[in-house]
Write a protein that binds this ligand. Structure first.
Ligand code: GDP
Length: 367
């Protein structure tokens, strides 16, 4: 009596003994050799990248983004070997609040610069929210219809793991790899929310801020620091009924920019209106960007800014790795909660707690 239902007092359906089922796996598959992708060596990566192989580039970027320590070792070596082939590009940061029209614009901008100036374009992104939302929408191919099928473009969404600093560093490293692959135009997209602009600003030659004409108080909503970073402000959606309002907004931005101290570059940030959707005024936006590049190459600021950025990234990387090493230290991890509790209960001041933790960390390094 395998089933209680088969007890004679049971009046319901009778369950028959089952029959053996054939395996759902095709037995012939077993003998087929598994196709495992051969792991590329550092030399393979570098060779592929320098040859301009975009598939190898993609794989290298995946390594850069990986959190696995052995992937990081290979990635760092590849980056180091690619460095001599990098740098020969124009790097543009493009920022704007969600809905400002970044993806629509980047699609049109990208096609324009490729047609007018030739070369190859890589679109990368820094999305600080992607860690929480597990996956970034910035730099998403589906949002850039023309560019995504363009033979000379490479689109890569934001890396999603880690802190903003970590995400930004990975994007910065990806720039090196893209340049070594032969991409001479780099767009770095970000959402206009504050900190991520600073990160993008620290890796581009020109920072383009996309704004919208709105309710007349657009200037209040935008942080002063962000405006000060911009080398160009462009008011999108200057089309149809919105045209006059866009022009008015442009005037307001121009007036506001007058109040800021002159930028170090000697360049006066420009304000233009355009429509990404209807492809109006796009040429003027890019004439401005390239005018700036010529201007700063001439006066030496281009080189200066890149050197300052290299310095910045050296310190950023040190800070990040020190922080990581500290917080991943098992002894510190054990102690942190206890010290935090003591601080919260008022048994220890914040400074003493920090000192105890740091002393433990540094003593551990010595032993
Ligand atoms: P993102 O969130 O900044 O990437 O913005 P999107 O590119 O997704 O654009 C947001 C919305 O604005 C979409 O519905 C677009 O069709 C619309 N849009 C983008 N550019 C323009 C433009 O130049 N004119 C008008 N009228 N609408 C636009």
């Amino acid at each position: 009596m395998e089933h209680p239902e088969n007890n004679e007092v049971y009046k319901g359906l009778i369950v028959n003994a089952g029959i053996e089922q054939p395996s759902s796996v095709n037995p012939y598959l077993k003998n087929r050799p598994k196709r495992k992708r051969r792991e590329l060596s550092v030399a393979d990566f570098v060779e592929g990248i320098v040859k301009g192989d975009v598939t190898v580039l993609s794989q290298a970027v995946t390594l850069v983004e990986s959190v696995k320590p052995d992937h990081q070792v290979v990635a760092q070596e590849v980056i180091e070997k690619c460095l001599p082939y990098s740098g020969n590009s124009v790097r543009i940061g493009i920022s704007g609040v969600p809905g400002a029209g970044k993806s629509t614009s980047i699609d049109v901008f990208g096609v324009h610069v490729l047609e007018k100036y030739g070369g190859k374009l890589a679109v990368l992104a820094i999305d600080p929210s992607s860690e929480r939302s597990k996956g970034s929408i910035l730099g998403d191919k589906t949002r850039m219809e023309q560019l995504s099928v363009h033979p000379n473009s490479f689109i890569r969404p934001s890396p999603s793991a880690g802190s903003l600093g970590g995400v930004a560093r990975k994007t910065r490293e990806t720039i090196v790899l893209c340049e070594a692959t032969g991409f001479d135009k780099i767009f770095v997209e970000t959402v206009g929310v504050g900190q991520s602009e600073t990160a993008v600003h620290s890796m581009v030659d020109f920072f383009l801020l996309i704004q919208l004409a709105g309710t007349g108080d657009e200037l209040q909503g935008i942080k002063r620091g962000i405006m000060e970073m911009a080398d160009g402000i462009v008011i999108n959606k200057a089309d149809g009924d919105n045209l006059e309002r866009a022009k008015l907004a442009a005037t307001q931005f121009r007036n506001a920019l007058h109040l800021f101290p002159a930028p170090e570059s000697g360049w006066k940030p420009q304000v233009l209106t355009y429509s990404g959707f209807y492809n109006l005024g796009v040429k003027e936006v890019w004439d401005m960007v390239y005018k700036y590049i010529d201007f700063v190459k001439e006066n030496g600021y281009f080189e200066y800014r890149r050197n300052e950025q290299s310095k910045y990234w050296m310190y950023e990387t040190i800070n990040e790795q020190l922080r990581d090493s500290f917080y991943h230290n098992p002894q510190i991890q054990k102690m942190l909660e206890e010290k935090e509790g003591q601080v919260l209960q008022g048994n220890l001041t914040s400074f003493v707690a920090a000192k105890n933790l740091l002393d433990t960390y540094f003593d551990g390094l010595k032993s």
